[in-house]
Design a protein around this ligand. Structure first.
Ligand SMILES: [Zn+2]
Length: 218
């Protein structure tokens, strides 16, 4: 018997192919042969992958649940289903403030399901952490894995302060837009972060941020 690290259930086997990054995040990366580059900046390797990366790390039920959140993220972050209730529900307004001499393009979002969005981001980090552990590596120390997992499992209370998330959408023509960057540890403004990219977006998750208050999305 195996114990699922997400739900602690005893299971006979894990899901054989848990995706590490949602397939929609590879969308812009497909070339004519339907292959793309996976950039792993932690060890500076680029590997050709087909339809994403998969590992056997969690039980089938937990895999099914993470897919719900991946799907929600694809509905609100991409325009693949512009008539879906999820896409239409989001109220987007735009602003171009000047910050340190640079004109920023900021989009304010209201009326979206933050819990589902957060679960998509956290599931991506948690899955990749488990995959890294199989190779003797890690993304999160044990304390943070347990805490992020406990927030991921909450279905009512919102905790958006323990691990703040920032999102950047790449503009058309940006060299990074078609890149998939697998989750990795980095530093930003003195904070430890985990970052990953795909589907035209870059995500930062602040891991050491006890006194950090998010007031600007850049
Ligand atoms: Zn499970």
């Amino acid at each position: 018997m195996l114990i699922c690290p997400f739900c602690n259930a005893e299971v006979e086997s894990f899901h054989p192919k848990s995706h590490l990054l949602s397939e929609w995040m590879y969308k812009d990366c497909y070339d004519k042969k339907h292959t793309m580059d996976n950039l792993n900046l932690s060890n500076l390797t680029i590997s050709k992958a087909q339809k994403g990366m998969y590992k056997s790390i969690i039980c089938p039920e937990c895999e099914k649940e993470t897919q719900k959140y991946d799907n929600y993220a694809s509905l609100i972050l991409t325009e693949r289903s512009p008539k879906s209730p999820e896409y239409l529900a989001v109220k987007r307004s735009y602003d171009e403030p000047l910050y340190n001499g640079t004109l920023l393009k900021i989009s304010h979002w209201e009326n979206f399901n933050f819990l589902k969005f957060q679960k998509f981001v956290f599931a991506t980090v948690l899955r990749f952490h488990l995959a890294e552990k199989q190779s003797g590596l890690f993304l999160l120390i044990d304390k943070h894995f347990k805490k992020m997992l406990s927030i991921y499992k909450q279905h009512e209370a919102i905790d958006d302060e323990s691990y703040p998330i920032t999102v950047v959408k790449f503009l058309e023509g940006d060299a990074w837009k078609p890149c998939v960057v697998l989750p990795r540890i980095n530093k930003k403004d003195g904070h430890h972060i985990i970052e990953f990219s795909g589907g035209g977006y870059h995500f930062n998750i602040f891991v050491s941020s006890a006194s950090f208050h998010l007031n600007l999305w850049i």
